[in-house]
Design a protein around this ligand. Structure first.
Ligand SMILES: [Fe+2]
Length: 351
């Protein structure tokens, strides 16, 4: 009999091996992307965008908390900050239209999938200086027809992916992810051969270097940024913000308005993530756009409940499943799959 781990090790891998790209953006595009971050802050942490509770966060990462540890969102906070250039195929800043509605990227992702059509859906940045981060890998938000990033929380989407129950509803996606970083460490580790396979690392020089990937079905993580001794951000909280002070030419992390850490521009690591939906052919375009074969959140919750109960999990009917900690915890306990070959930091020569 095929175990859940073996089944998911086959399912949780990208449609094709990631492709490494050099010189992804032109210099003027990079400047415009960066200027938006400098001028439109302050920016919340990545976790603050997506998670209301620790359980939701854990459901999206490796799916388990060590016994006896009471984790809070502030304890789990990492000084890595996020904002969006565009969502729902709408670009929020006209000065980067050419980056978002990117003909070259569309050809790349169609080629990656061997598909006929694609459209850009979302573009975001992560920006940080040296900081502490957990060595936990994760999947990006999976999109299903009818249950999507736009109407469902990330933890639900990822639990649905890890359950293996909804593959017929998966919307094909690919990303072009690009880094600009001249500091130490901060590489990208990914598991293209499934969570039980050997990881690979995208190494320096990480300046305008990128990958074409399918990150919602491939475990991956950003490795800790900066040297160990420069990673302290004392006073960091889930609600901390990052902003650029043009007068001082420095980036500032604040908690409740108080500056707790500053970085020089050259210490910053920038990641720009561009996401597209991909359609194999016109039939698939129609199926997705016309919503003729969509799933609802209620159906998804019902299937997850039935599957958990068939596996022997005792779980009460959640009255508000999207805000029910017991339900989230039961999902995490049932659908736990994560890399067993976590890259450890001591392998990094510069750490
Ligand atoms: Fe990710």
């Amino acid at each position: 009999m095929v175990t859940y781990e073996e089944q998911m090790n086959r399912a949780l891998r990208p449609v094709a091996p990631p492709r490494v790209l050099e010189g992804v953006y032109r210099d003027d595009q990079h400047e415009r992307l960066l200027r938006i971050i400098e001028e439109h802050g302050p920016w919340p942490t990545i976790a603050a965008h997506h998670f209301r509770t620790v359980d939701e966060l854990i459901a999206t990462t490796t799916g388990s908390i060590p016994e006896g540890i009471e984790l809070t969102l502030d304890m789990a906070a990492a000084a890595n900050f996020r904002g969006f250039y565009g969502q729902n195929s709408v670009c929020f800043y006209p000065e980067v239209h050419d980056c978002f509605y990117n003909a070259g990227f569309l050809e790349l992702v169609k080629g990656y999938w061997g598909a006929q059509y694609a459209k850009p859906t979302m573009m975001l940045f992560n920006v940080c200086g040296p900081h502490r981060s957990a060595l936990m890998s994760h999947l990006d938000a999976v999109t299903f027809r009818g249950v999507r990033y736009e109407n469902a929380p990330v933890w639900l989407l990822n639990t649905m992916a890890k359950s293996g129950l909804f593959t017929d509803y998966l919307v094909k996606m690919a990303q072009v992810i690009t880094w600009w970083y001249k500091g130490d460490n901060g590489t990208f580790t990914y598991w293209p051969d499934g969570p039980l396979g050997e990881p690979q690392v995208l190494r320096h020089p990480l300046w305008n270097r990128g990958v074409v990937v399918q990150n919602e079905l491939m475990f991956h993580r950003g490795d800790p940024v900066g040297r160990r001794e420069e990673r302290d951000v004392p006073g960091l909280a889930h609600r901390s913000l990052l902003d650029f002070d043009a007068g001082a030419d420095e980036w500032q992390v604040t908690t409740d308005g108080e500056v707790i850490r500053t970085y020089r521009p050259e210490e910053m690591r920038l990641l720009v993530h561009w996401n597209a939906e991909v359609y194999e052919d016109m039939d698939e375009v129609r199926k997705v756009m016309d919503h003729t074969d969509d799933l609802t959140i209620e159906e998804a919750v019902g299937r997850l409940l039935a599957d958990m109960r068939s596996k022997g999990t005792r779980i009460a009917e959640p009255s508000d499943p999207l805000h029910d900690d017991d339900f989230v915890r039961a999902l995490v306990g049932t659908y736990t799959i994560a890399p067993t070959t976590e890259w450890i930091e001591r392998k990094s020569p510069a750490a």
